[in-house]
Design a protein around this ligand. Structure first.
Ligand code: ATP
Ligand code: SF4
Ligand code: MG
Length: 316
């Protein structure tokens, strides 16, 4: 993705939700995307499959396997959804069709995109169910007969159904209890590694991302402010905002810490009324005089690590 900019347009005027994001993923790469509520994470996810409201202005490039998603025909886009990239949303488990059996729902995209007969697709669906830890006899269950964790497994099986090159998991495990969440995360991690699928995992919880992904990117007010190796970013972020976020979750994998974050003073800014210069400056604990007047882009903190702070060397 190259210089992705997204502005929502509605009755309340323009909301510049994403303000110039560039990043790339190779097959098998796993990227965690973090940031407070409203920073633009789901907007980025929605843009990758062109799922945003029609009147939204999207500029830049999103290239999937050589083709630009933003300019491709609807026919091509239909093929890309599921087969090229698929999304598992937060609470997506509630979007299962209550009147269709599980196997039939998983089989649906396979029939549509790979032209298999319903019987052959349902057979494949049962194989996929086994991969996500659902026994074959569950094939004839209806969604209401499954637990939340099991329904989220069904969503993951659907996301895998057409062997996509990219899976985007947007708060896919947030609604689950801690034990089930750990199981589902381990499952996603194993499946993307086995199949060499690229993964973008979105969460406000850095510790989940550091556990699951090799790379960690942090967004603030519609921009990337940090992007580097996940365990190192988690342990010693270079951007003061990313530092505050990781300080809020000091121990990777400790659920008690996750429920009691230290928090960060102040609120995230309103995207339609952003502070000048570095948009984090009103909340930054190490702000200096020029931060309010100097716009700051990502700078190289190390070969594999970038941060958008004027003080990146000192902060390190
Ligand atoms: N359809 C829409 N119309 C107008 N503004 C929107 C729309 N959807 C989202 N926004 C705004 O865009 C900004 C980014 O929203 P987005 O949903 O991408 O945030 P997020 O990082 O996913 O937050 P969360 O962690 O709460 O899911 C927010 O300020 C939000 O209010
Ligand atoms: S540029 Fe200034 S305000 Fe922004 S994060 Fe760095 S020190 Fe803080
Ligand atoms: Mg979101």
């Amino acid at each position: 993705m190259d210089d992705l900019r997204i502005t929502y347009r509605g009755s309340r005027g323009e909301v510049p939700a994403v303000r110039g994001i560039s990043m790339s993923l190779e097959p098998g790469d796993t990227l965690g995307l973090a940031g407070e509520s409203g920073c633009g994470k789901s907007t980025v996810a929605g843009a990758i499959l062109r799922l945003l409201p029609r009147e939204t202005q999207v500029t830049g490039r999103i290239v999937l396997d050589g083709d630009d998603v933003l300019t491709m025909s609807f026919g091509k886009l239909r093929a890309v959804r599921w087969a090229g990239a698929s999304i598992v949303f937060q609470g997506a488990m509630h979007s299962l069709n209550p009147v269709h059996r599980i196997a039939r729902q998983i089989a649906e995209p396979i029939v549509l995109h790979e032209g298999l007969s319903s019987d052959a697709a349902e057979k494949r669906a049962v194989e996929l169910m086994a991969q996500v830890g659902l026994p074959a006899w569950r094939a004839s269950s209806y969604p209401h007969q499954l637990s939340g964790g099991q329904r989220q497994r069904v969503m993951i099986a659907m996301a895998l159904a057409c062997s996509p090159q990219l899976i985007i998991a947007d708060e896919a495990t947030t609604a689950l209890d801690v034990m089930i969440q750990a199981q589902v995360l381990a499952l996603i991690k194993r499946l993307v590694a086995e199949r060499n699928i690229a993964l973008v995992m979105i969460s406000h919880d850095l510790s989940v991302l550091a556990d699951t992904c090799d790379r960690l990117a942090v967004m603030y007010a519609g921009k990337l402010v940090e992007d580097g190796p996940s365990h190192e970013v988690f342990a010693a972020a270079r951007h003061p905002y990313a530092q505050a976020l990781s300080a809020a979750f000091p121990t990777v994998g400790d659920p008690a810490e996750r429920r009691n974050p230290h928090g960060l003073a102040g609120d995230p800014p309103d995207p339609s009324n952003l502070p000048t210069g570095c948009s984090f400056h009103p909340r930054c604990p190490v702000v200096r005089d020029d931060c309010a007047s100097t716009s700051v882009e990502l700078r190289r903190a190390r070969d594999d690590w970038r941060a958008a702070c004027l003080r990146v060397e000192e902060v390190a």
